[in-house]
Design a protein around this ligand. Structure first.
Ligand code: FES
Length: 243
């Protein structure tokens, strides 16, 4: 009995054994688990995604009003990963396979408003004027000329609805005076109609789609990709929360 007690396990030994066991367990288990849990949708938050890179239709620009933005839902097809990366193909013999997997984005379109007084970001947002919608859209919704396409592309904001703070969906709120702003319900982030930061915790403005085009048919198309950038210098760094 005395011999046994001489070799008894101390608390330190016990803890060390536990740590060693945990490490060994992780070495054995993690690769297998990682294989099993390989993400079905492989989305990197820094703009590295497996979302389809093609053009997707957003909607008719003539429907976007002057006073407030319009929201459109866009479905971006996604490559699927099951052991190897591939795009899900429709199987004509299996009606359940006729749909591709998609990533839903809410896209806000608004007409750019001139900045009348530049605010100090991080303290006070910009003062903006009335948004400027190209006049020809009052009488025309399709059959655009190249010059009209250029006017629309230069005059429109194409924004994602994910708040630049922690990604909650923003919505357009109008007050009793008819003045509106994008408001984030999670922590009170505020953006103006251009998507610029106005107040609250977001470290920057709303994410913009970097590739969009207007076509002769009067509709706007986007590719999935955003203006990922650093936060406001000296105030905040940011990680993107758009997908
Ligand atoms: S997630 Fe929008 S303010 Fe925090």
């Amino acid at each position: 009995m005395a011999e046994l007690q001489k070799d008894k396990m101390t608390r330190t030994d016990f803890l060390a054994l536990g740590v060693t066991g945990t490490i060994m367990g992780a070495i054995i288990t993690v690769p297998a688990a990682a294989f099993l849990l390989e993400p079905v949708i492989d989305i990197g938050i820094l703009g590295q995604t497996n979302v389809d890179e093609g053009w997707q239709e957003v909607g008719p620009v003539a429907e976007v009003m002057i006073e407030e933005p319009s929201v459109f839902i866009v479905e971006f097809p996604i490559d699927q990963i099951y052991g190897e990366q591939r795009v899900q193909e429709a199987n004509p013999e299996d009606p359940r396979s006729t749909e591709r997997f998609t990533l839903r984005n809410a896209v806000w379109l608004s007409w750019k408003a001139p900045i009348e007084r530049q605010g100090r970001q991080g303290n006070q947002g910009n003062t903006i004027g009335t948004p400027e919608k190209p006049e020809f859209l009052n009488n025309k919704s399709e059959g655009f000329t190249p010059e009209e396409i250029r006017q629309v592309e230069e005059g429109i904001n194409v924004l994602n609805n994910s708040c630049a703070h922690l990604g909650c969906p923003v919505r357009w709120i109008t007050n009793v005076d008819g003045e509106g702003e994008f408001l984030c319900p999670c922590h009170g982030g505020i953006y103006d109609i251009n998507g610029n930061w106005y107040g609250g915790p977001p470290p920057r403005g709303m994410y913009r789609y970097t590739q969009y085009e207007v076509r002769e048919n009067g509709r706007l198309y986007v590719k999935h990709g955003f203006d990922i950038e650093e936060g406001i210098p000296g105030i905040s760094e940011t990680e993107p929360y758009v997908v």
